[in-house]
Design a protein. Structure first.
Length: 631
């Protein structure tokens, strides 16, 4: 594996930045509203709630979408958005300000506006819509981090840079008595001990189902026996939420910087904003802020000569209260949790920790990791570089190494830092074997509790490939469909309607005839329908959720992309691969890490639906096909 220098990373990141910005500008001009909505990047139309000041003195408003409620969206905390009005003919008029998401639910989000005048503009707009805006902030933070690390010549950041990328030897680990944790397996216990003892870096490499999160949580708990506070980060808000929830379940006080992607009471209770407004001093601070706003609302002629002095005194008092509340909140918690970019939040300015934990580190660009690494003396990475990689949109940047993560480089450069978890608790042995052989050198072992489990009987093969070659099927409208992929439009995706209908009939047969709806309900059996293409996912939802035969078990069926299924598992997984053409072109299905994610979501049954003629020109799919039973 090549070591990508900081100069090269900066140049490649510039390429990615330019590519993404150009794509955004092109889509803003050329892509119609309907397609943006289907991709989850736009809500239209929306309704506007009443404006208010939140506990952090930000002016916010509720935005609710009123159409296309079943489409999964990409709005989440911290993202930049813009608003537009639509005149009825499809022409858009963009409002001249930007806003930021405070938090987002399924069909509602709270948005931070620049000022009260922005709400007036929103209320006066016709057929209002909202869409994601190009994210300059995260890029700026990554460029700043790379430049600081590249130019570091002394101090702890320079030492870590030389350990991660250079030849500086690792520090000798602490000599501590071996920590016995009887509820963990041997590799998990070894990983926790390495985390506690390391002075520079440790890596917990967790293949699917091996208890990586469990190991990480135990590692945090053991470190907290020796340190007053740690910082835990991940690339996405979803990953931060996941580890935060597991820690709060163990009675660890977590302070969540930034709002959660899944707005539950448990997660909201951890957020800085909710704890801020729950502080005993908050009512006094709120009263001072209200007085300041009332003074500013007075006509200028009635303000009096001492107006500015009053405002200055009130602001000084407000600052004192804010500082006191902030100091208390940070002193009361044991874990600070945020995204990697969130580590640059002004609330964390000037703060430093001994230990930084980065979860799902194999999905994070190296530049993003350095945003957080600057704030710590040592780093513990957790993840699996054989699963989802970072998202890189520029093909040249990807080819030249921008997607090579810091965790992966360290794992290759300093293998003594890595603990591979090998006992997996999700899949039966037959489901596990192919992934283990191809990605992990055959090292994975199925735990006795899952090794032979099956849904029906020993004759039901856990691993099945339904070959779509030389087949036809009846579509929704009664037309005969062949199993050929179709391209739905520029930058939107590929779809295979016949394969979707076959997925529906396969689900109906397996769930209804072989298992039975009553057993599914009584035993909480669940199903995942996965496709690598969002257009196919949208179509699958349409045909499956409208099926009367599946009405009684609809809640047991989840349909989503591979990326959205990362970290999840289901009893039965059906994968619709979509690609079926004469040229053997499989696009990003050639990124086998994504397929590894899709295949390893299943506990007891995996059904792959796809064209063997198209896919088996690739060695991976050819070997997988030969391992599967065929229907």
């Amino acid at each position: 594996m090549k070591n990508v220098s900081f100069d090269t990373q900066i140049e490649l990141l510039k390429r990615e930045y330019a590519h993404e910005k150009q794509e955004y500008e092109k889509e803003t001009q050329l892509v119609d509203i309907g397609r943006k909505v289907k991709r989850g990047d736009c809500w239209h139309p929306v309704s506007i709630g009443h404006g208010r000041y939140n506990s952090l003195d930000q002016y916010v408003v509720d935005i609710t979408r009123t159409a296309d409620l079943d489409i999964e969206h990409n709005f989440e905390y911290g993202k930049t958005i813009c608003f537009f009005s639509e005149d009825g003919s499809g022409m858009l008029h963009y409002l001249p300000f930007r806003a930021h998401i405070s938090y987002a639910e399924e069909n509602r989000m709270v948005v931070i506006l620049p000022d009260e005048s922005a709400l007036t503009a929103l209320q006066g707009a016709e057929r209002l819509g909202v869409q994601l805006f190009f994210d300059e902030t995260t890029y700026r933070l990554m460029f700043d981090a790379l430049n600081k690390i590249r130019n570091a010549r002394e101090g702890r950041m320079w030492e870590l840079k030389e350990i991660f990328h250079g030849n500086r030897p690792l520090s000798e680990p602490l000599k501590i008595p071996h920590i016995r944790l009887s509820w963990l397996n041997s590799e998990q216990e070894i990983a926790v001990n390495k985390v506690v003892a390391c002075k520079d870096v440790a890596i917990v490499h967790g293949p699917p189902g091996t208890g990586k999160t469990t190991t990480l949580v135990e590692s945090v708990l053991e470190v907290l026996k020796r340190e007053p506070q740690v910082i835990v980060c991940a690339q996405s808000n979803t990953a931060v939420d996941w580890i935060s929830e597991r820690l709060t379940e163990r009675d660890v006080s977590v302070l969540r910087i930034g709002n959660p992607s899944r707005v539950t009471d448990n997660m909201l209770a951890c957020t800085y904003e909710r704890r801020f407004e729950g502080h005993p001093d908050y009512p006094a601070l709120w009263a001072i802020r209200r007085t300041i706003r009332q003074l500013y609302s007075m006509p200028r002629g009635k303000r009096g000569r001492d107006f500015h002095q009053k405002i200055s005194r009130l602001r000084d008092r407000a600052d004192e209260y804010e500082l006191r509340i902030r100091t208390d909140l940070f002193a009361q918690c044991r874990v600070i949790a945020c995204t990697l970019a969130g580590a640059a939040n002004p609330l964390l300015q000037g703060q430093h920790w001994h230990s930084l934990f980065i979860d799902e580190a194999a999905q994070a660009l190296e530049a993003a990791c350095w945003i957080a690494v600057q704030k710590a003396d040592r780093v513990i990475f957790a993840g699996d570089h054989q699963q989802l990689p970072p998202t890189i949109k520029d093909p040249v940047a990807m080819r030249e190494g921008l997607g090579i993560t810091l965790m992966e480089q360290i794992a290759n450069h300093r293998p003594q830092c890595v603990t591979l978890l090998t006992m997996q608790y999700r899949m039966n042995e037959e489901l596990m074997r192919f992934s283990s052989d191809w990605f992990y050198g055959g090292k994975l072992v199925a735990a006795p509790s899952v090794k032979h489990r099956n849904l029906i009987d020993d004759l039901d093969s856990p691993l099945v490939w339904i070959n779509t070659d030389e087949r036809t099927i009846e579509g929704i409208d009664g037309e005969e469909l062949d199993y050929r992929e179709r391209f739905t439009g520029s930058n939107y995706g590929r779809i295979n309607k016949a394969e979707a209908m076959l997925t529906l009939s396969t689900l109906q047969d397996y769930a209804g005839n072989k298992i039975g709806h009553r057993r599914i309900v009584d035993e909480n059996i669940d199903f995942g329908i996965i496709s690598p293409y969002r257009a196919q996912v949208q179509y699958l939802r349409k045909v499956i959720y409208s099926s009367p035969e599946l009405k009684g078990i609809r809640r047991a069926v989840t349909i989503n992309t591979i990326d959205s299924f990362q970290g999840q598992e289901r009893d039965v997984i059906i994968i619709s691969l979509v690609r079926a053409n004469d040229n053997g072109q499989i696009g990003f299905l050639s990124d086998l890490r994504r397929m590894n994610v899709a295949m390893t979501r299943a506990r007891m049954k995996l059904i792959i639906i796809g064209s063997a003629m198209t896919l088996c020109r690739h060695k991976f799919y050819r070997e997988l096909y030969h391992r599967c039973s065929e229907e």
